[in-house]
Design a protein around this ligand. Structure first.
Ligand SMILES: [Mn+2]
Length: 364
């Protein structure tokens, strides 16, 4: 029986400029998930660790990061565990590859325990491990790969290959990197598994934050593969859509967003808020101000708005008053926009401000 720990899409060293101050925290959390994956490999006494692409977020990472990764791999080597790494989309193989700029095995002090599989090398790039009774290949498919060992393929793609491609891969098990969510299955007699990202790297991926343990069993001439999920990540991404028409004042709006951080939940949460709809004059609904006030409660917070101030409801002051004339003029321009006038969203903002300045407190 052989056991492998499989991970991919760690995206270490990502700059995440859109996340502002949270970016550095997020990098630390991703690295922590990587370290938890390695600790799991050691405690589970696996035979092999597979990293199926996008270990690094870019080929231009710092020596400091590569050195920290190498130290982790050195820990595996000390425990007698070999690591096999496939370059991905972000840490692409080729002349500019991070794996050419740095020799991870040498940095780990264990050149025999760390292998970079070159997807461009053809059959010569296959890795034969007779002591484990398996052969690994980065070729996809590798239909001529016939030996009586376990044959394991590694492939990195944005979406998992189709069933007919997997069925013709020429392997017993296909390790898939690229999809950021966990999934696994069998196509014809080929088992496949994708671990997803060990710490979630983007929104809308419920099955991420995990690594998988792959078990290869042989009884007589019957081979079976099973996949077991293990959580190592903690970051969560959520989206929150709010209709501004449902809020009586800014306090209520702020409370609705803040509620997502209740019970300390904000510490692990990157929340993406989308405000829409028409808001009443009782609200400022300023996304930047809300974001500044609420950001400390979350790991990351983004608030976007494409809402607009409400048109004037209820009775309008008489047309001969300044306020009444102003509102009638703007309502008409909003209802029948003409070329050369201000954009409608600016007219609506002018309408809102006018209502506040000219008729606030009146009995309209
Ligand atoms: Mn990726």
């Amino acid at each position: 029986m052989l056991r492998l720990l499989q991970t991919s899409d760690l995206h270490l060293g990502a700059r995440n400029v859109d996340l502002g101050e949270a970016a550095a925290t997020l990098r630390d959390r991703r690295f922590a998930a990587f370290e938890r994956a390695l600790a799991l490999a050691i405690s589970e006494k696996v035979n092999l660790v597979l990293i199926v692409g996008d270990l690094f977020d870019t080929n231009e990472v710092t020596r400091g990061l590569v050195t920290r990764v190498a130290a982790g791999l050195a820990g595996l080597a000390t425990a007698g565990i070999r690591t096999v790494i496939l370059p991905g989309d972000h840490d692409r193989a080729g002349s500019a590859s991070v794996y050419r700029a740095f020799d991870l095995g040498a940095l780990a002090g264990a050149p025999d325990s760390v292998t970079i599989l070159d997807p461009l090398a053809g059959p010569a790039g296959d890795l034969s491990l007779p002591e484990l009774g398996l052969t690994l290949t980065a070729r996809f498919p590798a239909p001529e790969l016939h030996d009586d060992r376990w044959r394991i393929g590694l492939v990195h793609r944005q979406a998992r290959p189709r069933d007919d491609e997997i069925a013709g891969a020429g392997v017993d098990y296909l390790a898939v990197g690229g999809p950021h969510e966990e999934s696994s299955g069998v196509a014809a007699d080929v088992a496949w598994g994708a671990s997803g990202a060990p710490d979630p790297v983007d929104p809308g991926r419920d099955r991420s934050g995990e690594v998988i343990l792959v078990r290869l069993d042989e009884r007589g001439d019957r081979r079976s593969v099973s996949v077991e999920r293990h959580r190592v990540g903690s970051t969560r991404y959520e989206a929150l859509a709010l209709d501004l028409g449902g809020f009586a004042d800014d306090g209520a709006l702020e409370a609705a967003i803040a509620a997502r951080a209740d019970g300390g939940a904000g510490a692990d949460l990157i929340l993406d808020v989308h405000l829409s709809g028409a808001w009443s004059d009782a609200l400022e609904a300023d996304p930047d101000a809300l974001e500044a006030r609420l950001r400390p409660r979350f790991l990351g917070l983004r608030i976007r708005s494409d809402g607009s101030p409400a048109l004037t409801g209820g009775a309008i002051p008489p047309a001969e008053t300044v306020g009444g004339a102003y509102i009638r003029d703007l309502e008409a321009r909003i209802a029948n926009p003409v070329e050369g006038d201000l954009p409608v969203d600016e007219l609506r903002e002018a309408l809102r401000l006018g209502r506040q300045l000219l008729i606030a407190g009146s009995d309209r």
